[in-house]
Design a protein around this ligand. Structure first.
Ligand code: TYM
Length: 331
């Protein structure tokens, strides 16, 4: 049986990008694999959240995991910091992670460009922490969105380096994975780039958003003045709206608006109205479950306790073997 693993940072509520890039795959994969899905709270410390925000967001993401259909009886659902073994493997991997390769990482370069006031060591070694998560359970497949591809490439480098250094086939080389498709990038509503929680206000639609908020956000999405010639290429903003329609709506809805665009008859207001209703149809049942689960402390405690126990079994076994391989064994 293959080991599947993935994580999400608790930096806010889950949005459609998280869902279609990652969580949708978790739900499918939990049926037939040995799955580990976790909340990456150590990772989120690079941006210095307040303790109250961090704790609240761990609760939100956990409730959202459960509300989307992740089943704690099928998959191991846990909080990263409940596994101190993660920190040990992170330390060990850092000994063979080179500054040059870490500095070249696209997400690091992006972060220091956006936040020059907070270039911390955790940010630089973010890929080693992520590799520690993955290698701790010797995972084969890692369902993630397109933005995580390079981190997976680095994880494979660290795994190969360890295997070569100790002359042992210990770590498998994990692959970024999307169930039966290419890796996905869900666009946002602000006319450029991906949907993300740290992008501009209104760019992301969260699973927990109410129908009114969804309508408001979608109606305000960036578009353009409309095509004037038949077959005119789409601007990025309009391309993004069509990509969302492709993900959220029926094929015939997409075909209808494609045709309208082609013939220069398109009314973006109509497209947005339809898109908003299709999103609401999808998110409403999930939203209801989130609101039910979110305040059920006893259930959340039970799930995290069970997840931590199962995850630690696998993690402590790997760490014990690694310690022996590298020469930290007892007399
Ligand atoms: P994070 O929290 O930024 O995002 C969680 C997951 O959601 C995906 N995602 C998207 N996919 C498609 N389109 C989008 N607009 C979009 N926005 C987010 C991300 O690709 C990701 O799969 N470093 C990771 C968390 C992590 C992790 C790991 C993942 C820590 N350790 C080990 C896998 C394995 C992160 O920051 O994800």
């Amino acid at each position: 049986m293959e080991v599947v693993l993935s994580g999400i940072r608790p930096t806010g509520n889950l949005h459609l990008g998280n869902y279609f890039g990652a969580v949708r795959n978790f739900i499918k994969m939990q049926e037939e694999n040995s799955c580990y899905f976790f909340i990456a709270d150590y990772h989120s410390l690079t941006t210095h959240p307040t303790p109250a925000d961090l704790h609240g967001n761990i609760r939100n993401v956990l409730a959202e995991f459960l509300a989307t259909g992740l089943d704690p009886e099928k998959a191991t659902l846990y909080v990263q910091s409940d596994l101190p073994e993660t920190a040990e493997l992170y330390l060990l991997l850092n000994m063979n992670a080179y500054i040059g390769e870490l500095e070249r990482c696209t997400s690091f370069k992006e972060k220091i460009r956006k936040h020059p006031e907070n270039v911390n060591a955790g940010l630089l070694t973010y890929p080693t922490l992520m590799a520690a998560d993955i290698l701790l359970h010797r995972a084969h497949k890692v369902p993630v969105g397109k933005d995580q591809e390079q981190h997976l490439e680095m994880t494979r480098t660290f795994a190969r380096r360890f295997n070569r250094m100790y002359n042992i086939e210990f770590f498998p080389e994990p692959q970024a994975y999307n169930f039966g498709e290419e890796l996905v990038k869900v666009p946002g509503l602000d006319g450029s780039g991906k949907m993300g929680k740290s992008e501009s206000e209104g760019n992301a639609i969260f699973l927990v958003d109410s129908p009114e908020i969804i309508r408001k956000k979608v109606m305000r999405a960036v578009s353009d003045a409309g095509p004037t010639e038949e077959g005119q290429a789409k601007t990025e903003a309009v391309e993004n709206l069509f990509s969302l329609l492709k993900i959220m709506s029926k094929p015939e809805t997409l075909a209808f608006f494609e045709d309208e665009y082609l013939n220069c008859r398109i009314r973006y207001g109509d497209l947005k109205k339809q898109l908003a209703e299709d999103i609401i149809l999808f998110t409403s049942p999930i939203r209801e479950r989130i609101l039910e689960i979110r305040d059920d402390n006893e259930y959340l405690r039970k799930v995290t306790k069970m997840g931590a126990e199962k995850a630690r079994e696998s993690a402590s076994k790997t760490i014990k073997e690694i310690r022996e391989i590298i020469g930290i064994s007892s007399f």
